[in-house]
Write a protein of this length. Structure first.
Length: 512
RNA sequence: GCGGCUGUAGCUCAGUUGGUUAGAGCGCUGGAUUGUGGAUCCAGAGGUCGAAGGUUCAAAUCCCUCCAGCCGUACCA
């Protein structure tokens, strides 16, 4: 049998796990500082509690992993952390204090094609405020998202872009795309606008019009809008993109040159232009007022320097967001293992989902939140070499020279003393027959020190402490193996009683 | 789902117009060295050439189907 794993699922090694834990600790610290508390829900939910993603007859396995329980009820692995939170809140609505502010991290599962940084099991880290109707709660989310990125060391390398779905809906209605008969077109428009950062204004124009051919020759059908509607949408969203791109360029240039951004005016002007345009072209449009409140709070927090921006092209998912939407995107190119630049997309996203709890309770419960794609973000950071995945130092290795029980007990005692002193240590558990293998093992594990005691040392009550790091440096000057072996480099003999103290001294010297 | 590219040793790859026993480097195992890592030298293991079918005297090589991986695209909660 060939050992293999389902595609889109990966094993994680020590470096991965440590890097993830380090990331999550930083994210958690930000959320807690903002006053959020942890909560946890199970990985399985009844399928109907998750939303409309029932296993359907056309593509029974599309989207979610589902199975039937003993009593034939459908259950599914969660595909995000928002739907389970809505269920949890609805179930405990009478006892939970609102606004209910929580965070939670966990694995989620999606049965779809994996891509760069995209897996079928991946980690998300969410924060939500349930029972908060005002735009201030949305603003807080966007600012916290920005703070989190900075805590991860990404200052100047991300942008949080905000929008409001009601604005998009209003604009479309104003240009004659309202009504049930245009539902299909509206969907197409939203999808096209969502591609703005990916394909640019021209690509979006193609998608709004006759369709677009991708680089493999595959063709995407367009919305087939008449020219005047395309122009109206462009002046709303695409024209603004031009300034958005130049603003982004200014921000990036400032970030790479390391200087603080002095001209917030760029972004101030961009926002003012946007609000002036909206108020003149689409007066009293629902959502614009919310966005302007949010923008004021963003300004008050000092994130109006390009880190948080208003961007009318942000769409996000079409499923449950009802108002404010926002997403976070990295501003540096991401490469894959082969060093090829790869389309990456957003690493975090969120928004307002006022209808999600109502599904269960029938009463209106406004809520807002966001999700960070931890696995995705980590892929980006890994390929960028920005991951602090410095492994723990290897363990001090107590080598096994003699295999009689009494000697083994002596080695065991040494290793236990070292551990008792808080020093990472292990006794060689492989086949001790060839002593050279033990040092090779220590070398490859990154052990800083090897402890050696043969019968003559034992008789004299001493041990050899071998500094492997120093030895490796000295080895460079030795070309003859005979000499290398007999030199016993970087090695000193100390009384057994001083073992812990001497090991500590050597470790300190190595780190100093 | 659609399109393109790629599948040869654990890894990275070579393999001539189809030609005899499919190779290299790295890695791995053992030895030179039964009490010392690195370097060096010697030896060895490891392959249904992604899978099945077809053409041929002869297929890693040509054809067909399938599978897998990567990239793009669609969908994306």
């Amino acid at each position: 049998m060939k050992p293999r794993q389902p595609r889109g699922f990966v094993d994680r090694d020590a470096a991965d796990i440590r890097a993830t834990e380090a990331m999550m600790a930083k994210i958690k610290a930000v959320y807690e500082k903002y006053g959020f508390d942890p909560v946890e829900t199970p990985m399985f939910e009844y399928t109907d509690a998750l939303g409309k993603f029932l296993p359907d007859t056309d593509r029974p396995n599309a989207g979610v992993f589902s199975m039937q329980d003993d009593d034939e009820q459908w259950m599914s692995l969660r595909y995000d952390l928002t739907a389970p939170l809505a269920r949890h809140f609805a179930q405990n609505i009478n006892t939970l204090q609102t606004p209910y502010r929580t965070y939670r991290a966990g694995w989620v599962f999606r049965n779809e094609k994996p891509g760069p940084g995209r897996f079928r099991q991946f980690m998300q880290f969410d924060a939500d405020t349930v029972g908060a109707p005002g735009p201030a709660a949305d603003a807080e989310m966007a600012i916290m998202m920005a703070d989190t990125m900075e805590a991860l060391g990404l200052k100047g390398q991300y942008v949080v872009r905000m929008n409001n779905r009601k604005v998009l809906d209003g604009v479309m209605e104003a240009i004659g795309l309202g009504g049930d008969e245009n539902a299909e077109k509206r969907l197409g428009v939203l999808r096209a606008l969502d591609k703005l950062d990916k394909f640019g204004p021209l690509g979006v124009r193609e998608l709004l019009g006759n369709g677009r051919m991708d680089e493999s020759g595959d063709f995407t059908t367009g919305v087939e809008l008449p020219e005047w509607q395309i122009q109206a949408l462009e002046s709303f969203a695409l024209a603004d993109l031009v300034s958005s791109q130049s603003a982004g360029a200014v921000y990036r240039a400032a970030a790479t040159s390391g200087r603080e951004i002095e001209d917030k005016e760029v972004f101030e002007e961009k926002a003012e232009t946007y609000f002036a345009y909206m108020n003149s072209q689409f007066p009293d449009l629902e959502g614009v007022r919310d966005l302007s409140v949010i923008w004021k709070l963003v300004k008050a927090s000092g994130y109006d320097d390009g880190r948080v921006q208003i961007d009318p092209s942000v769409v996000r998912g079409l499923e449950y967001y009802t108002g404010t939407v926002f997403e976070c995107e990295l501003t540096f190119p991401v490469t894959n293992e082969k060093g090829e630049e790869v389309v990456f997309g957003s690493v975090a996203g969120g928004g307002r989902y006022d209808g999600l709890v109502k599904r269960f309770t029938g009463q209106d419960v406004p809520a807002t939140g966001f999700s960070i794609g931890v696995s995705r973000l980590m892929t980006a950071l890994k390929n960028l070499g920005k991951l602090d995945d410095h492994a723990l130092p290897g363990p001090v290795l107590v080598t096994v020279m003699d295999r009689d029980t009494e000697s083994l007990a002596a080695y065991q005692q040494m290793v236990q003393e070292l551990r008792g002193a808080g020093i990472r240590a292990e006794m060689y558990q492989g086949n001790p027959k060839q002593f050279g293998k033990q040092l090779q093992y220590a070398d490859r594990r990154g052990s800083p020190i090897a402890i050696i005691q043969g019968s003559d040392e034992r008789e004299r009550g001493v041990v050899q402490i071998k500094d492997l790091l120093e030895g490796a440096r000295l080895a460079e000057d030795i070309t003859d193996n005979e000499e290398w072996r007999s030199a016993r480099v970087a090695q000193r003999e100390v009384p057994v009683a001083d073992l812990v103290a001497e090991v500590r001294k050597t470790l300190d010297a190595q780190n100093g």
